[in-house]
Design a protein around this ligand. Structure first.
Ligand SMILES: Cc1cc2nc3c(=O)[nH]c(=O)nc-3n(C[C@H](O)[C@H](O)[C@H](O)COP(=O)(O)OP(=O)(O)OC[C@H]3O[C@@H](n4cnc5c(N)ncnc54)[C@H](O)[C@@H]3O)c2cc1C
Length: 372
């Protein structure tokens, strides 16, 4: 397995999903020698809503990853649907992209190879040592070790970084349908206790995700609660099988120790309903590379915390609407009566509005709800 590969590297990345590849590319841009190992073979698939917001598109571009090159499909805003009410808003600038997970992985793996990252596919990391890792049964020396091994990270456990400041979970199930997108918005359909969100991923395909707190729920169980959508999707037919995953809301007390740092879902995550997971990990990657170059992982801790604040706030708001149907109905009616409120909320979501503006928007929304 190791023949032809160096026996030491500056940065060893455990996990070659989006976070690992992004971290590897960013570290190469800073001049480090980088090796990535993933136990799977590319292209790697995973349950994901496959929507990337404009801030995520910009963060990917900063790493030299242009999503439109991989046939990603643009969407220009978000539509909320609850029973017979639908409200929508366009992004203040730019577009989001829907992209099949395998296409994203292929694109990122190609960019990593072009950047000079050494890849080890089908190679499991089985242990950490002080100055390196055990990979595919052999020892490889590394100055820095990056844990990008996803939500169930073993690197996190090995490094003693499992302590959480918050930790809750919901469950997501994704399936693709063979149908031309009927709108250029990402749609979130609300019902009590679950959401379906739909992302156009090509001119002929839509990705549908169910998210709920009930791990037994499946798309086919809940679709009858959304009759119009169910009718549309039944006529379209499935283009992939259902794939599930955990949508964790997790903030770690610390994201680094010694020479080990965590990125992507290994380092914490926000509920999938925000569509911010990929954006966050692109941003983690750049912040981590800067910290490695400065030999100052504490600055990564600070950047990681700062980057997580806005998505966490948006996730909290969305989960509040999930838990309280009557509140949700009032909020959506307020948005329908005054669409600029939703536009500003969306601007906050994609980082185009300050927290001060948000507070003002919150007051305006509260007032609108009281006066409806
Ligand atoms: C249902 C659902 C819907 C979502 N929808 C969206 C969305 O619409 N938009 C968005 O931006 N985000 C979304 N997310 C979040 C997004 O999918 C995640 O943030 C992202 O996949 C995290 O990537 P990662 O690289 O950190 O982890 P992963 O993609 O889990 O990659 C981890 C990698 O590590 C490898 N690995 C693990 N252990 C080892 C080991 N010991 N040795 C070697 N390799 C190892 C695995 O093989 C895997 O390839 C969603 C999440 C869920 C669950």
């Amino acid at each position: 397995m190791m023949s032809g590969l160096a026996q030491s590297t500056d940065v060893f990345v455990i996990g070659g999903g989006p976070a690992g590849l992004a971290a590897a590319i960013a570290a190469r841009h800073r001049g480090f020698d980088v090796t990535v190992a993933d136990r799977s073979q590319p292209p790697i698939d995973k349950a994901c809503g496959e929507g990337i917001m404009p801030d995520g598109v910009a963060a990917a571009r900063a790493l030299g990853i242009s999503l439109d090159e991989a046939g990603a499909r643009p969407f220009r805003g978000i539509r909320f649907c609850d029973r017979d009410l639908a409200v929508e808003a366009a992004f203040p600038q730019g577009v989001g992209f829907g992209i099949r997970r395998t296409a994203l992985h292929e694109l990122m793996a190609e960019r990593a190879a072009q950047a000079g990252v050494r890849m080890m596919w089908g190679a499991s990391v089985t242990g950490l040592e002080r100055d390196g890792v055990r990979v595919a049964g052999e020892f490889l020396r590394a100055r820095w070790i990056v844990g990008a091994d996803g939500g169930n990270s073993v690197v996190r456990r090995w490094a003693g970084l499992d302590a959480c400041a918050r930790d809750s979970r919901r469950y997501g199930f994704r399936r693709h349908y063979r149908i031309a997108p009927w709108s250029d918005f990402m749609e979130i359909h609300w019902s009590d206790g679950c959401q379906l969100y739909l992302t156009p991923v090509s001119d002929a395909e839509v990705c549908v995700v169910l998210i709920s707190s009930d791990r037994r729920q499946r798309l086919d169980h809940v679709l009858p609660r959304f009759p119009l959508l169910a009718q549309r999707l039944a006529a379209a037919g499935a283009a992939s099988s259902e794939r599930g995953g955990v949508s964790a809301s997790r903030r770690l007390a610390r994201v680094w120790r010694g020479n080990v740092a965590l990125v992507g879902d290994a380092s914490g995550s926000v509920d999938a309903i925000t569509g911010e997971g990929l954006c966050l990990l692109f941003q983690h990657a750049v912040a981590l590379a800067d910290a490695l170059a400065a030999d100052d992982l504490e600055s990564y801790q600070a950047a990681h915390r700062r980057l997580g604040r806005r998505p966490e706030l948006m996730a909290d708001l969305m989960l509040l609407l999930d838990r309280h149907g009557r509140l949700r109905s009032r909020v959506l009616h307020a948005f329908a009566a005054r669409p600029s409120l939703l536009s500003r909320m969306l601007a906050l979501h994609v980082g185009e509005l300050s927290f001060f503006d948000t507070a003002a928007n919150g007051l305006a929304l509260g007032w609108r709800m009281l006066t409806l």
